[in-house]
Structures are given as structure tokens and as C-alpha cells.
Design a protein around this ligand. Structure first.
Ligand code: PLP
Length: 411
């Protein structure tokens, strides 16, 4: 049996079908920088970047080196002694996140980071309720899924965590109206990723901060996808100089080499640890290998001013895409984003799917939003160069021409 057939049988038959449809029924072999190779030797330009995880590209040498050094010393923490890399990472995160954010809980994935944020909000406020936004994506474990309001994922998993109110994204007044005596926290992405790269109106985050502070409700900024430079600033909340009560980081935090999440809190929110040190804990979260990767990722991101690169390359990409939109107005409804968090909204989800498949044929990896299949997102590594963007645009032009042929007479 081939690896692909084994995947289909033992891991996920439906996903295998989807991969086959998009021409990606291939097996990955190795990767470096902005490129990935399959086992047949075909090279792909990675413009998906593991949904914003690969900000430093594949196998950034400084991150790999840090992980290798830690691997030779101590890959796992015994947990009954203090873990040095994780402690140093927590102190570093306190320095580089806004204001008083300074106590950190480490997990292994974005959804774990969100899960912790929700529990901490309940511990601290003693209240059960959460407010989340339409199109928001916060992960798929039961708690995080409860604040990810997409019926497609939620209905088969019911009953969910109770006490969740859903409001439109980008509307601060709706949050104000939804806050009640039982509200513990508002959870929001500064820019929605899976919801289709939706950028809220200017001033939205600042308004949400003002309202939550006035009403004594916590603000959780889910920066799992927007963090670590993706939008052109280290954190997307920096655009409006907002200091949330809890900031969740994950995807790019591990430098594209290790999985790690950090739930970074104002210190009083974790005061429960003074009396209940084991109230929320994990075996693997913030393990030495992952912490070493994150420390190296932070040094590269700041040392090479990666956020500024993201802003510059993002502006170039958005400009090139705007030109393409003029050439294919019947397909591309909107081009939007900030930094290298970019979305292309197609007139129809089927068209988006054909474009993704045609791009794959041309050696460019992309995908659509989990909560909005009409939108194809482009999230290349932030170390991407102009010529890579030009290659992507050329492939897109070819993909759109092929899509035009495929849909001729249908539209
Ligand atoms: C991806 C994502 C998550 C979930 O992270 P996982 O590591 O996939 O569990 C949560 N929030 C946002 C904003 C995300 O983009």
C-alpha cells in the first residue's frame, strides 16, 4: 500500500478525497525556507505557511540550532524541577508583550492556549459567560470550539460549554450590548484568520478595550495566527496600542520548528496559582525543546526586524493582487489583509477550490479559510522575497486563466 493509501485508510479518508481533488494527493519529503518538496521530487512554493506558523520559513537555521543544542542537553522537563528555557521564555514574553502582561501559561497548541485563557477568565472573575464574534476561530477542543461559532463544527459535538454569546465581528457596540452580569470575558482575533482574513474597522480593538475595562470584563486577544510579526507589527494589538488582559500566542511562536502556545496574562489573573498551583497544568506544555525554539524565534524575529519585512512584502503582495483583481473582476471579489496575512475572496467557494487546485498544479501551496471557503488565504513565510511573490502572482494568473476555461459557459 502507498503512503497515501495508508493515510486514506488509517488517518482521514475525507481529507484524502479533498487532497486528491486539489491535486495534492502527494507525500511531503523535505522543506527549506519558502519551499517544500514531495517524494516525487516536485517543488512547491509554500504560500500557506502552515496557516501562519512558518513565519521564519521551514527549518530556520538559528531555530534548528537552538533545538538541537537543547536536544543534546535535556529535551523533556521532569516538572518537579524548574525548567530553565521555559522560565527564560516567560520572562522574555513579558518584555515583548504590551503593558502588564507578564505571567505565562504554556501549552502545545493554539486551542490549548485558548482553553487556558477561558478557564483563567472564569477563575479570576468567578463568572461563566463569554462573548465571541461571528466568523471567529479559536480552535476545536470542546471549550475553544464553544467560542468558535460555526455550526458545521459545533453541532455534532453538542452539548458545548454554556454561556457563550455571539456578536457580529467589527461591531464594538454589539459587544457593549451583549455584556451582562455573568460575562467573564470577550474573546476576539485582531484580524480574523479562518473567518476569511477579515480586518475590522479602525479603532475597533481600542473600543473593545475601553468597553471591557469600563464594564469590568476581561479582554482576551487571540493572536494565535496574527502574532509574531505576521501583520507587520510584532502583535496585531500593537496597531491600536491595546493591552488586552490575556494574549494568546501559538502558531509562529515555535519558529516553525516546534509546537508551543503561550497564554500571557496580567499577573492578578493568575493569582489563583498562589494558593492552587496545580489548578491548570500540562505534562508537555512549554517543554525545553519547544521553549528553546520559541526563544530563538523571538530573537530572529526582533533581530532581523521581521515585522517590518512582513509590512513591506505584504504591501507589495497586496498591490500585485489588486492588479490581478482588475484582470479577473468576475472571479476576485475582494483582496484584503494586513502584512502577510492576505485573503482573496472569490465570487463562489467552488471557484476558490479550483484556483487552489490550479495553483497546486503550478507548484504553489495555498488553502481556503476553515470558516469561510470563499476566501483563499496567502500566508507565506515572512522571510519571503519579491521574486517569490512574483512567482506566486504568475502562477495565480495562470490558475485564474485555467479557471476561466473550466467555468466557461457555466457562469
Ligand atoms: C489556528 C488557530 C487556533 C487554534 O490553534 P491550533 O494550534 O490549530 O489548535 C486558535 N485561534 C486562532 C486565531 C487560530 O488561527
Amino acid at each position: 500500500m502507498t503512503t497515501f493509501e495508508q493515510f486514506e485508510r488509517h488517518i482521514n479518508p475525507g481529507l484524502a478525497g479533498l487532497l486528491r481533488f486539489t491535486g495534492l494527493d502527494k507525500v511531503e519529503s523535505h522543506a527549506e525556507g519558502v519551499y517544500v518538496w514531495d517524494t516525487e521530487g516536485k517543488r512547491y512554493l509554500d504560500f500557506l505557511g502552515l496557516y501562519g506558523t512558518l513565519s521564519l520559513g521551514h527549518r530556520h537555521p538559528k531555530v534548528v540550532e537552538a533545538v538541537k543544542a537543547q536536544l543534546d542537553r535535556m529535551p523533556m522537563s521532569v516538572r518537579v524541577l524548574v525548567c530553565e528555557p521555559a522560565t527564560r521564555l516567560a520572562a522574555r514574553l513579558a518584555e515583548i508583550t504590551p503593558g502588564e502582561l507578564s505571567m505565562v501559561y504554556f501549552g502545545n497548541s493554539g486551542t490549548e492556549g485558548v482553553e487556558a485563557a477561558l478557564k483563567f477568565a472564569r477563575f479570576y472573575t468567578g463568572k461563566p459567560g463569554f462573548i465571541t464574534t461571528q466568523g471567529g476561530y479559536h480552535g476545536k477542543t470542546l471549550g475553544a470550539l464553544s467560542v468558535t461559532p460555526r455550526e458545521h463544527y459545533q453541532l455534532p459535538a453538542r452539548p458545548l460549554v454554556p454561556g457563550v454569546t455571539v456578536v457580529p465581528f467589527g461591531d464594538a457596540k454589539a459587544i457593549e450590548a451583549a455584556i451582562g452580569p455573568d460575562t467573564a470575558a470577550v474573546i476576539v482575533e485582531p484580524i480574523q484568520g479562518e473567518g476569511g482574513i477579515r480586518v475590522p474597522p479602525e479603532g475597533y480593538l481600542r473600543e473593545v478595550r475601553r468597553i471591557t475595562r469600563e464594564k469590568g470584563v476581561l479582554m482576551i486577544a487571540d493572536e494565535v495566527q496574527t502574532g509574531m510579526g505576521r501583520t507587520g507589527k510584532l502583535w496585531a494589538v500593537n496597531w491600536e496600542e491595546v493591552e488586552p488582559d490575556i494574549l494568546v500566542s501559538a502558531k509562529a511562536l515555535g519558529g516553525g520548528v516546534m509546537p508551543i502556545s503561550a497564554t500571557i496574562c496580567r499577573p492578578e489573573i493568575l493569582s489563583i496559582y498562589k494558593t492552587e498551583p496545580l489548578i491548570h497544568s500540562t505534562t508537555f506544555g512549554g517543554n525545553p525543546l519547544a521553549a528553546a525554539a520559541a526563544l530563538a524565534a523571538i530573537e530572529v524575529t526582533l533581530g532581523e526586524d521581521i515585522p517590518t519585512r512582513a509590512a513591506q512584502m505584504g504591501a507589495y503582495l497586496l498591490g500585485q493582487l489588486a492588479e490581478l483583481q482588475k484582470a479577473y473582476p468576475e472571479f476576485i471579489q475582494e483582496v484584503r489583509g494586513r502584512g502577510l496575512l492576505v485573503g482573496l475572496e472569490f465570487s463562489d467557494a467552488d471557484i476558490g477550490a479550483v484556483v487552489v487546485a490550479e495553483l497546486a498544479t503550478r507548484g504553489v501551496l495555498t488553502a481556503f479559510g476553515l470558516n469561510n471557503p470563499k476566501v483563499v488565504r496567502l500566508e507565506p513565510p515572512l522571510i519571503v522575497e519579491k521574486n517569490h511573490i512574483d512567482q506566486c502572482i504568475e502562477a495565480l494568473d495562470g490558475a485564474l486563466k485555467a479557471t476561466q476555461l473550466a467555468f466557461e459557459g457555466v457562469l
